[in-house]
Design a protein around this ligand. Structure first.
Ligand SMILES: C[S@@+](CC[C@H](N)C(=O)[O-])C[C@H]1O[C@@H](n2cnc3c(N)ncnc32)[C@H](O)[C@@H]1O
Length: 315
């Protein structure tokens, strides 16, 4: 079965009125609202997940209102009715934004399989490829490591530039088997990458329950049954020292992590940071310097910065 979708680019003012009209008067099968403000706030409200506004397709100026109808319904008549409603609402002095109305027919299918269409193999480097659970992939080199992932569960599909910068940093650092802690492991992708690249041991930490479940499942998909997991904030309650500390988290949170690095880092240890918006870099540089660290390498992807860090030699 197909659905008739009517998309209206409009304003927050008329959201409730349109939703009521579509459901009660026109008997829409369903409605959906895409608010620009939700996308803008998502990164800060929910567990510090990074949202890059440039990456969001068809981001509305304010509100995109979508009403779904049976495909048999008279499309032109519905458009006329919505147009008349917008005019009526504007007549009350409400803002109706752009007020453009578009229609399309979409297959009414399982949304899980729809988004799977957009998630494919990421051939990250000579040594690493990220492969969705449902895809087959033959590496170009026999020793290219494959990370199998079911990304539906937590942040860390591998698609985000910050994840990729962190992975490249791990690959560069792993010149011998290292003990690794992945702070803010999310889906576990960086912990799994470290394991595939030959880490001696890996601990993944995160503050979210979803991450603990997802990281365990994804590690299992990769035959990595020794992944240690700890639900905790940053490193304060983590025991031991590591050769490599990895963290892909927003800069505001990395600032809290920086003073905890020294007591958790072995001699000659290294740190990989990602998730730093370039505008926040000066604050991170200053905090690293004050805490006895130096930046050995800066990597850039879009507006995101990744850093390879070590102790200053004379300290
Ligand atoms: C941007 S995601 C990174 C996920 C994955 N490591 C990757 O690189 O794709 C940040 C992760 O940090 C976690 N996080 C946020 N604040 C944290 C904190 N204070 N301590 C530990 N983890 C935290 C979030 O729950 C989220 O899973």
């Amino acid at each position: 079965m197909k659905l008739l979708a009517i998309n209206i680019e409009t304003s927050y003012d008329v959201e409730d009125a349109l939703s009521y009209y579509a459901t009660e008067d026109l008997h829409a099968l369903g409605t959906e609202e895409r608010r620009r403000s939700d996308f803008e706030q998502a990164g800060w409200l929910h567990d510090s997940t990074i949202v890059d506004m440039d990456d969001i397709p068809n981001l509305p100026k304010e509100l995109e209102f979508i009403a779904y109808f049976d495909e048999e319904q008279d499309k032109d008549n519905l458009v006329k009715k919505f147009q008349a409603k917008l005019d009526e609402l504007a007549g009350y002095g409400l803002s109706t934004g752009e007020g453009t109305i578009k229609t399309s027919y979409i297959a009414d299918q399982d949304w899980n399989t729809v988004w799977q269409k957009y998630y494919h193999v990421i051939n990250l480097s000579r040594h690493l490829a990220i492969v969705p659970e449902w895809e087959d992939y033959t590496p170009a080199f026999p020793d290219q490591e494959i990370i199998k992932l079911d990304p539906g569960l937590a942040f860390g599909t591998g698609n985000h530039q910050t994840t990729q910068l962190a992975m490249l940093g791990i690959e560069r650092a792993m010149v011998k088997p290292l003990s690794v802690v992945d702070v803010g492991t999310g889906s576990g992708i960086l912990a799994i990458a470290a394991y595939k690249l030959g880490a001696k041991s890996v601990l993944g930490t995160d503050i979210s329950d979803e991450s603990m479940t997802a990281a365990k499942e994804n590690a299992g998909l990769n035959g990595f049954y020794d992944l240690a997991l700890q639900k905790t904030s940053l490193l304060a309650d983590v025991d031991g020292k590591f050769d490599l500390i990895v963290a892909n988290i927003l800069a505001e949170i990395l600032l809290d992590l920086i003073p905890q690095l020294d007591s958790h880092l072995n001699d000659d240890g290294q740190v990989i940071f990602s998730g730093i918006d370039y505008l926040q870099l000066p604050k991170i540089e200053a905090a690293l310097d004050q805490n006895g660290f130096k930046i050995d390498l800066k990597m850039k992807g879009g507006r995101w910065i990744g850093l390879a860090i070590s102790r200053k030699e004379d300290e």
